[in-house]
Design a protein around this ligand. Structure first.
Ligand code: ADP
Length: 487
């Protein structure tokens, strides 16, 4: 934290109605460096009563915010965007300190997060309605788009910045106000974003940040409130389903971005010079802790041994360390429990016949560090085939035919991202059409960008974030019929 240029970005209070505030109970919660488990800060630990105040603040701020023109809102969002870009280095330091990802990845996320604000500042100006050719001579039919109202956002720790901006930016651009509950592990990035939003001139009550370790209580307060008209959640499928149930009573609009079980398929005709580095980035970025990380690597017979040989070499070249102490490819995992899950999955697989190609153990750097690991000869009976690993473990499956690859890839309740490497044009079309996923990357290992619709099908979620479609999640259509106009 001593390295921060602008120490004012480090905040320890929540933000409600334009005020930095403590929990009414006075409770505070620790923020830890995952690499060392050392406490780096404490922040206000809010409860349901505090969150109700934030909901009221967002509701009070709504009329004036929605009355502004899209262009006025865009100017404020653009200002916020520019301040984030200018503060990139500090925001990256804060992120690495509380989340652990290597500094370059944090800086990349800050820019990725900012891109949603830039994008939606512009998209907000293009929320067009319709004038519909009428069905009766004395009537006119109009469709307008209106902001849904007060939005609640609940976000995870794996992208402490971008998961917030990709909800807050379209919400604000559309004319909504928002209450954001960041993950309890990573509140500092959220609060730093708020400092910059305040400086940018976003009015009091338009964004409220409720830091809390009482996630179930906060979730209940947000979903019970009839004032909150929309919930946008990114996190685990189990919690997403729970929140979806809770939203049923007030029939809220919802967006859910949940778990994944991404296949990464390497066909015989793949260009391995391209596939190997992509398979490293896709699997191991953020220490494997993203919902779009490759969860299963499926490799065709003819190229199986060569792929494993070359993947092993590339994985063993990865460097590991504390993100603030040097330039590394992989940092710690979020906590020791996350490593426990990886070990459980690895033990299950090896007990059923999988072979450790490289890694397969903790790293001597500390209890949250795990060696990048490759497992070969993995089969669909093993738990890694079904469960989201969320760690630096790449299980490799063998397949024979294209049909078999598609069948194996789709054999999951998830449907977020899929990746494949092939050069035959016919195969590229057939496979992309066969994959039951919201997003498919061909000959690429990373697909996130603000210009494209991000989201999943099946149990991976509902709705899309980013792109020209993302703002639809924050507007309601209103059909207006005007009659009697012929007199
Ligand atoms: P992850 O595996 O990414 O931690 P979670 O779904 O547990 O996934 O967490 C994502 C977000 O959901 C975090 O902000 C967390 O605090 C919040 N959360 C966890 N449980 C609940 C709950 N029962 N109700 C509302 N929010 C919750």
């Amino acid at each position: 934290m001593q390295r921060l240029n602008n120490k004012a970005l480090l905040r320890d209070k929540a933000y409600i109605n334009g005020q930095w505030c403590e929990a009414q109970s006075g409770a505070r919660m620790p923020v830890l460096d995952p690499a060392t488990s050392e406490q780096i800060a404490t922040v206000a630990d809010l409860d349901g009563a505090d969150v109700s105040l934030a909901i009221d603040a967002a509701n009070a701020a709504l009329p004036a915010w929605r009355r502004k023109t899209a262009k006025e809102r865009a100017a404020l969002l653009r200002n916020w965007f520019e301040r984030i870009v200018a503060a990139k280095d500090d925001l990256a330091i804060l992120m690495t300190a509380e989340q652990g990802k290597p500094l370059a990845e944090s800086a990349g996320e800050v820019m990725y997060g900012a891109s949603f604000i830039e994008w939606f500042a512009e998209e907000g100006k293009r929320v067009y309605g319709d004038v519909v050719p009428t069905h009766a001579a004395d009537k006119r039919v109009i469709v307008t788009k209106e902001p849904v109202g007060v939005v609640a956002a609940i976000t995870p720790w794996n992208f402490p910045n971008a998961m917030i901006t990709r909800k807050a930016a379209p919400a604000l651009a559309a004319g909504c106000t928002i209450v954001i509950k960041p993950a309890e592990d990573t509140p500092l990035s959220a609060l730093a974003l708020m400092v910059l939003a305040e400086e940018a001139g976003i009015p009091a009550g338009v964004i409220n940040i409720v830091t809390s370790s009482r996630s179930a209580e906060v979730g209940q307060t947000l979903t019970d409130s009839p004032i909150v008209r929309k919930l946008s959640f990114t996190g685990s499928t189990a919690v997403g389903k729970q929140l979806m149930r809770q939203c049923a009573d007030t029939v809220k609009k919802i967006s859910l971005e949940l778990g994944g079980n991404a296949p990464l398929i390497i066909f015989d005709d793949a260009d391995l010079d391209r596939a190997i580095p992509a398979a490293i980035a896709c699997k191991f970025r953020n220490a494997g802790q993203t919902c779009v990380c490759a969860n299963r690597v499926l490799v065709q017979d003819g190229i199986y041994d060569e792929f494993i040989k070359r993947y092993k070499v590339a994985v063993e070249q990865m460097t590991i360390g504390h993100g603030l102490q040097g330039t590394f490819d992989q940092g710690p995992m979020i906590n020791a429990a996350a490593i426990g899950k990886v070990e459980e999955l690895l033990n299950d697989a090896t007990s059923k016949g999988a072979r450790v190609v490289t890694g397969g153990e903790r790293h001597p750097l500390g209890e949250a560090f795990y060696r990048p690991t490759v497992l070969a000869d993995v089969t669909p009976e093993m738990r890694v085939a079904k469960e989201e690993i969320f760690g630096p473990l790449a299980p490799i499956f063998r397949f024979d035919t294209e049909e078999q690859a598609i069948q194996m890839a789709n054999d999951t309740e998830y449907g977020l991202a899929a990746y494949f490497f092939a050069n035959n044009l016919g195969r590229v079309w057939r496979v992309q059409e066969g994959l039951e996923y919201g997003m498919v990357a061909v000959n690429e290992g990373i697909l996130s960008t603000e210009v494209a619709p991000f989201g999943g099908i099946k149990e991976s979620g509902i709705g899309r974030e980013g792109s020209k479609y993302g703002i639809d999640e924050y507007v309601e259509m209103k059909y207006v019929l005007i009659g009697g106009i012929d007199k």
